[in-house]
Structure formats: structure tokens, C-alpha cells
Design a protein around this ligand. Structure first.
Ligand SMILES: [Fe+2]
Length: 212
């Protein structure tokens, strides 16, 4: 017998916002602790392939289902890579900065490095909560980032402007990812990403004000 929640899970899978032709017969199911995991037979964790939904059976949980399609998972992976790379660049700026603003920039870069490291942890743990693996090491992070992975020298003003551009880029990606997560009714991911937007925009503003 077709369960209503099961049909919704199968038909709610998306690829970049496009609904896939997909039916319950193409899905596999695996249960555990009241959770049901569904995925398409050809599913892989890439931005191009379509379908992971994590859903909770209402008859077992009494909770409205939560799900996150693979495009949201792919976005979380990219944002985690970008956040980690920006943390390392900011740490490198903290170490290497020179010039008359050394003390202020050294401290500011140190504080932002700590914030970014904490944010990377939150993003990785959100992936794990969705049943996805977190990156296994630096190679995976470098493969997933959209950022240039090194700072441009040691001039304080140039460092601040460069890091601000990275923050703006990640903030924009977080806005788009939050919208996708919201459309997929993955409010936990959406809320997390909105928080990331706020923090990246604040960091960008501080860096831009410093280097204006
Ligand atoms: Fe330090």
C-alpha cells in the first residue's frame, strides 16, 4: 500500500529546482531509529544529480517530515569548503599582515578566523545531521571550494579588501542556498544559512570599512 508520506518523499526530490520524474518504485529505503532515508538508484553527491531526501515517517514519529534534496546538500558542501578555506586565508592574514595598521588588523583577522572555524564546524555537523559525510581532509576541501586558496601578500589593506570580497561571495551563495533549502522545507538548513549570511555581511562590512 502506498503511504502518503512516502509518495511525498519520492515526488519531492528536486534537481536545481526542477522536479524529477520519479516514483516510489525507483527508490530504496532504509530504516533506523524511526528515520526513513530515500534516494534515487543513480544518486551521487554532486550538484548535477538529483535525489536524496531524508524524511521521517509521521506514523512512527508524529513529526512533519523534514527533507533536504541533494542540491541543498551540495550547497552545504561547497559552503563548508569555502568557509574553511576563508578561515585558513584569514589565519594566514593574521600571521603575515604588516604595515601601520598591524595591531588592529592582526586582532581583527584573529577574531574572524575563530568565527569562521566555528562556522565550518556548524556546517559540517549539519551535513552529518542530514546523513551526509563531512569532508575527510584538506584535499576534499580544496576540491570543493570556489575561492582562491591563498592570500595576496602581506599588505594589510589589500588583505582586508581581498577577504571582504570572499565574504561577499560566500554571503551571496548562502542567500541562494537558503532559498533552496526553504523551498525544500529544510528549515534547519535555511535558518543556519541565513545566520551565515548575517555573519559574512558583517565581516565584509568591517573589512571594507578598514580598507576604505
Ligand atoms: Fe595568533
Amino acid at each position: 500500500m502506498e503511504m502518503p508520506w512516502r509518495s511525498e518523499a519520492a515526488s519531492g526530490l528536486q534537481d536545481g529546482g526542477r522536479m524529477l520524474a520519479h516514483d516510489a518504485g525507483e527508490t530504496k529505503a532504509e530504516g533506523g531509529l524511526g528515520l526513513q532515508f530515500y534516494w534515487h538508484d543513480s544518486c551521487q553527491v554532486t550538484s548535477e544529480v538529483a535525489a536524496v531526501a531524508v524524511t521521517m515517517s509521521p506514523h512512527e514519529s508524529g513529526v512533519i517530515m523534514a527533507k533536504s534534496p541533494i542540491n541543498v546538500v551540495a550547497d552545504l558542501n561547497t559552503l563548508l569548503s569555502d568557509t574553511y578555506v576563508l578561515a585558513l586565508k584569514t589565519h594566514a592574514a593574521h600571521w603575515n599582515v604588516t604595515g601601520p595598521s598591524f595591531q588592529g588588523l592582526h586582532s581583527a583577522f584573529g577574531a574572524q578566523y575563530a568565527q569562521l572555524t566555528a562556522a565550518a564546524d556548524i556546517l559540517a555537523e549539519r551535513l552529518r545531521a542530514l546523513g551526509q559525510p563531512a569532508p575527510s581532509g584538506m584535499k576534499a576541501l580544496l576540491a570543493g571550494t570556489t575561492l582562491i586558496d591563498a592570500i595576496p601578500g602581506n599588505d594589510g589593506m589589500l588583505l582586508a579588501r581581498t577577504l571582504a570580497v570572499d565574504h561577499r561571495s560566500i554571503a551571496k551563495a548562502c542567500v541562494e542556498a537558503a532559498e533552496k533549502a526553504s523551498e525544500a522545507h529544510d528549515s534547519a538548513s535555511s535558518d543556519l544559512l541565513v545566520t551565515r549570511v548575517e555573519e559574512h555581511q558583517k565581516s565584509a562590512w568591517m573589512l571594507e570599512a578598514t580598507s576604505a
